[in-house]
Design a binder for this molecule. Structure first.
Ligand code: PHE
Length: 346
């Protein structure tokens, strides 16, 4: 084949390709034309390229150059047509093969555990009432869990069957037998943080502490060996039971809604006098939320406060119960078995 013939077929091919691309009226037509001219297997450019082998050796460089120019011309004609049909930017959107009405790929967001969400919300509510968050250790000593809270050595609350005493250097037996002065245990209540806070600071105090507590209860729908409490403490001049009731009411209506009602009943705790049990009326029934009361003068004395100068109230409520009531969870064990089908609902 002569060089002029070869070049002639190249320019014919270019013209045909250019007009085919230019006349394509949608992406499907354009794609058809692309396969016809630029197809890697049977494209017409490919067939012309094969003729290169039949060109005289002397003419090969010139023929190769023409071929390259043709390739570029056809490719840019295609690019131009594509730009015309699908635009520059969101090409995919206008591609006829793309269906913008299809649902997207579902994306699963990680979330905080419902108890963590509850803790954050309660902390927030108490923060708005002026209570500052405080924390204490979960491994506590007898002094903070009992003695400073006016719970005497003989008190049944210290029973080894009701507490997780820890064996430190093998002293578990001694701790159980009450021979150890200040045995270590997993705290059974967040009231420990009241003591730590008062040891640390001078009145006025308004603190809230939210965290885990441990009791060797058999798990059932409403018990679990580990659960969470929210502890509130307010110490100042002339703090009364009326202040306590106001705070409990504001706390409840902020968390459960304005319609919630609250009542207190006489009760007993070694570290408060008088002591009360707080119930909330929610969803047609009275539910007990925890204990509260006016801080016992002995407790104030144990941290070096003067009971004639300051008074205060304290309360300790179960966080799981608040969370369960709000979300109508019927069994506390759901909260700790980590079944994602449950957890995903929050
Ligand atoms: N610590 C008590 C309990 O765990 C609750 C409580 C806290 C009662 C503060 C009175 C004052 O049951």
């Amino acid at each position: 084949m002569s060089l002029p013939d070869f070049q002639q077929s190249l320019s014919e091919l270019t013209e045909q390709a250019q007009s085919a691309f230019a006349s394509a009226s949608d992406t499907a037509e354009l794609d058809e034309a692309r396969v016809e001219f630029l197809g890697a297997k049977n494209g017409r450019l490919k067939s012309v390229q094969k003729m290169l082998g039949k060109i005289d050796k002397a003419d090969k460089p010139a023929a190769g150059k023409s071929l390259n120019e043709t390739k570029q011309a056809i490719q840019s004609a295609f690019d131009e047509a594509k730009k015309r049909l699908v635009g520059d930017g969101d090409a995919v959107v206008r591609d006829s093969k793309f269906d913008a009405t299809l649902p997207g790929t579902p994306y699963r967001m990680g979330k905080l555990h419902p108890i963590t969400q509850t803790i954050n919300e309660l902390k927030d509510i108490m923060g708005r009432l002026g209570f500052t968050p405080a924390e204490g250790p979960e491994v506590e000593d007898d002094f903070h869990n009992f003695q400073a809270l006016n719970i005497p050595t003989s008190h049944p609350a210290r029973d080894p069957l009701d507490n997780f005493y820890l064996a430190v250097a093998g002293n578990q037996a001694a701790a159980f037998a009450g021979e150890e002065d200040n045995p270590i245990l997993l705290r059974s209540q967040t009231s420990t943080v009241q003591i730590r806070e008062m040891e640390d600071k001078q009145p006025p105090i308004r603190m809230v502490s939210l965290g885990r507590v441990y009791r060797p209860d058999t798990a059932d729908w409403s018990h679990y060996p580990m659960f969470h409490q929210i502890e509130g403490l307010m110490i100042d001049k002339n703090v009364t039971l009326a202040d306590l009731k106001t705070v409990l009411k504001l706390f409840a209506s902020n968390y459960l809604g304005d319609e919630v009602r609250i009542r207190i009943r006489p009760s007993f705790f070694p570290f408060t006098e008088p002591s009360v049990e707080a119930d909330y009326y929610w969803d047609g029934k009275w539910v007990e939320f925890g204990g509260a009361g006016i801080v016992d003068p002995n407790v104030l004395k144990s941290v070096g406060y003067d009971p004639d100068e300051v008074t205060g109230f304290a309360f300790g409520l179960g966080i799981e119960r608040l969370c369960m009531i709000r979300h109508q969870i019927t069994d506390i064990r759901y909260l700790f078995t980590n079944d994602v089908r449950f957890l995903r609902q929050f």
